[in-house]
Each structure stands twice: as structure tokens, then as C-alpha cells.
Design a protein around this ligand. Structure first.
Ligand code: FES
Length: 145
């Protein structure tokens, strides 16, 4: 179980476009999570998604490169499918009809908090246990909501 953990501010996510952090799940595996701005006024200002495309084990946010955001969507660097930053849904390309794995967060007074009971905050930035070098995650996340 995780207590609410402050991650960063909405202002920071909006200014930087993305904000990456690493969590440990209930299976003791480290997983990268991507915060992205959501422009829908009916939703939270920021949403959190596991940093992995639904088509193949490809990171959306790559160290040294970041993530590509365009028109409210995050673009997979491998085959170009794009995912809505608010819903995580993809309606195009190789990843069509899939949705990114979400991680529970909440926004309060302009601050973003991790509230997912299956994810314990480790640190800001990419997973230090990722040593496969292929751009994919170090493990398969068990986080599911
Ligand atoms: S790996 Fe992302 S669309 Fe193929």
C-alpha cells in the first residue's frame, strides 16, 4: 500500500511536456511512469501512464530524447501510433484499439500526487534497473487498474 506521495506540480508537467518517474509494484518490479498534461477541463490536469507502448515493449519516453507530444497525443517512437494523453486510448496504427496502462494520481492545489495502491514511488527519472538497452522496459509491469 502506498501513501499519497507528492510527485511534482502541474505547472512543471505543463512546462516540460512530460515528467518521468519510477515506481515499484506489488511484485517488487520497477516500472517507469510518464506524467503528461491533459487539456480536457473535465478531467485531471495531468494523467499518468506506464511508459510502455501497448503494441511492443517500447518506451514512449526515452532517456536523452524524452517523449514526443503532438496535439494532445503522445507518439510511440517505434511505429508512430499515438495515444490520447487524457484517456490513454489509441485509435491508429499498430497499437489501434488499445489503451495505455494507467497509474492512479490526483491533482490538488496544483500539485500532482501518486495515489495508486499498487505503486510505491522510488525516484524521479528512468528506472536504474533498466539494463537491456533496447528501449524497452526492464520488466513487464503488473500494475493494472
Ligand atoms: S511499438 Fe509502439 S506502435 Fe509499435
Amino acid at each position: 500500500m502506498s501513501d499519497r506521495h507528492r510527485l511534482t506540480s502541474v505547472e512543471t508537467v505543463e512546462a516540460e511536456g512530460t515528467w518521468l518517474f519510477t515506481v515499484r509494484d506489488n511484485y517488487d518490479e520497477d516500472t517507469e511512469v510518464l506524467l503528461v498534461p491533459c487539456g480536457d477541463p473535465d478531467r485531471e490536469a495531468v494523467e499518468a501512464w506506464v511508459n510502455r507502448c501497448t503494441h511492443e515493449a517500447q518506451k514512449l519516453y526515452r532517456e536523452g530524447v524524452g517523449a514526443v507530444l503532438r496535439g494532445g497525443e503522445v507518439i510511440c517512437p517505434k511505429h508512430g501510433s499515438s495515444f490520447d494523453t487524457c484517456s490513454g486510448y489509441c485509435d491508429n496504427g499498430e497499437a489501434a484499439e488499445t489503451t495505455l496502462v494507467s497509474v492512479e494520481t490526483e491533482v490538488e492545489d496544483g500539485q500532482v500526487y501518486l495515489t495508486d495502491e499498487d505503486a510505491r514511488f522510488l525516484y524521479e527519472g528512468p528506472s536504474l534497473s533498466d539494463d537491456d538497452g533496447d528501449g524497452g522496459p526492464s520488466s513487464t509491469s503488473h500494475i493494472s487498474l
